[in-house]
Design a protein around this ligand. Structure first.
Ligand SMILES: [Zn+2]
Length: 171
């Protein structure tokens, strides 16, 4: 990432905050879950003038992976190539989901079952893996980044938390 000055960092942060709630795109954790006040800006594509589309937010751990940890994973003979590939699939899924759900035309939500099928195909894992392992960690806590909810027609949807429709309370 090229060096940004304080004013540029502030500008990008504000642009990102307008668009979506703060969470690490790699591990899915919110600052609340991590016990920090802010996540780090990571520039995925160098482009000037500055464009917030080229930035993502990462937690400290995901932004600065320790080389020794990488060696630990790669160097351990008990971990097969297949397992190693799987270790990379979940972050890939998160980035994919994030990119899709944040497209303006999707309005902060995606149909649940179509997304499972599409993501399973793109990531190269089973629908079961997506629904039982990848999605729950992103949705099942009050501070997690997404929430699943049935719409008025009973169809399940996945929403960016905070944008989901509020239930009407009938008296
Ligand atoms: Zn992270």
């Amino acid at each position: 990432m090229g060096r940004l000055n304080g004013r540029e960092i502030k500008y990008i942060r504000e642009e990102l905050e307008k668009k979506y709630p703060e969470y690490c795109v790699n591990c899915g954790k919110t600052p609340k879950q991590l016990g920090v006040t802010k996540l780090e800006l990571h520039e995925i594509k160098y482009d000037r003038p500055l464009n917030s589309e080229n930035f993502i937010l990462l937690c400290k751990k995901c932004n600065h992976p320790k080389p020794q940890n990488v060696n630990l994973i790669v160097g351990t003979s008990s971990i097969t190539a297949e397992h190693r590939k799987n270790l990379e699939k979940e972050p890939f899924f998160r980035r994919l989901l994030h990119g899709e759900i944040m497209k303006p035309e999707n309005n902060f939500h995606l149909p649940y079952y179509e997304t499972l099928a599409w993501a399973a195909y793109e990531v190269g894992v089973s629908i079961d893996t997506i629904s039982r392992r990848y999605i729950p960690v992103l949705t099942d806590h009050p501070t997690s980044p997404y929430v699943t909810k049935a719409n008025n027609f009973g169809q399940m949807e996945i929403w960016v938390r905070g944008y989901e429709p509020v239930d009407e309370v009938l008296f």
